[in-house]
Design a protein. Structure first.
Length: 290
């Protein structure tokens, strides 16, 4: 097989991995600050994908243009979900949180079935079949644009948490809950804001992802599982780790599909997860818990 095919597949996997990373950032930031595992992660992203399909069909809105709108819609959804529902079980045992988020996931699947139907739906943009030629490489326009937007979204997340006062306050609430209360931070608001930001990442990732895969109501669980693999691979609560994990999984899936069999892509991802758990359980960029 010509060498350039491997490079083409690797680039495609890299661009897809950037979208995976943006999606996993939503899971990582919620766990890193609130210490709640969002088991409705994939279903919330599917919600953003369906909203993007509706905006494309009825408003003619390109999915890439729809990214900030989907992020804003799911930001509001996430804020209300955390403040009205999740907050009430945050102090309870982990299995109560798991049951709550699993129930939210099931409800979202049922709502999507009722509103959008069981059929797979997608969008076809004008440049869907276009590509760029760079020497022997052929880069798909859709994946390139999607990867660039996902990278910009991830960069905006990093900048928000590192440079803004609100981002620093959120990090303070996650690092020292009692200390944040003592200095007068509105922890309830910042926790809801954190969950909202995580859901906004899913809205943006969903708007991008629907350009690559068709969406249906049962698409959520596989992406929830994939996000868990990525976050554990990169390190629980590590934002750079989530992005790195997404890139590694995207590229490994792409290469496994061409070197082995497409049906072995998921198995290959789990193999990587097992190796990381065996030899570096804190993740590639995670910190050792003392």
């Amino acid at each position: 097989m010509p060498t350039e095919i491997y490079f083409n597949v690797a680039i495609s996997g890299l661009l897809t991995g950037l979208i995976y990373g943006l999606s996993a950032l939503g899971l990582s930031v919620i766990f890193g600050v609130i210490r709640i595992v969002n088991f409705a992660h994939g279903e919330i992203m599917v919600l953003g994908m369906f909203f993007t399909v509706v905006a494309f069909r009825h408003l003619g809105l390109d999915p890439l243009v729809a990214v900030p709108f989907m992020a804003a819609i799911l930001f509001g959804f996430g804020y209300l979900l955390q403040d009205w529902v999740v907050r009430r079980v945050a102090h309870l045992h982990d299995y109560f949180q798991f049951l709550l988020m699993a129930a939210v996931a099931v409800m979202l699947i049922a709502i999507c079935l009722m509103v959008f139907g069981p059929q797979a739906q997608g969008v076809t943009v004008d440049y869907a079949l276009d590509s760029f030629s760079v020497g022997p490489l052929i880069i798909d326009k859709v994946r390139l644009y999607a990867g660039i937007v996902a990278l910009l979204g991830s960069g905006a997340m990093f900048a928000f948490f590192k440079y803004t006062d609100t981002g620093k306050a959120i990090r303070a609430c996650g690092d020292n809950y009692t200390g944040a209360l003592v200095v007068g931070l509105n922890v309830r608001h910042y926790f809801a804001l954190t969950f909202a930001i995580g859901c906004a990442c899913l809205g943006a990732a969903g708007a991008i992802m629907v350009m690559i895969v068709d969406v249906h109501p049962y698409l959520g669980p596989p992406y929830t599982l994939l996000a868990f693999i990525i976050v554990i691979l990169g390190g629980m609560g590590s934002l750079p780790g989530a992005l790195l994990g997404g890139i590694l999984i995207g590229m490994s899936e792409a290469m496994a599909g061409i070197l082995l069999q497409p049906s072995l892509k998921s198995a290959f991802s789990f193999a990587i997860l097992i190796l990381v758990l065996l030899f570096r359980p804190q993740g590639l960029l995670g910190k050792v818990q003392r």
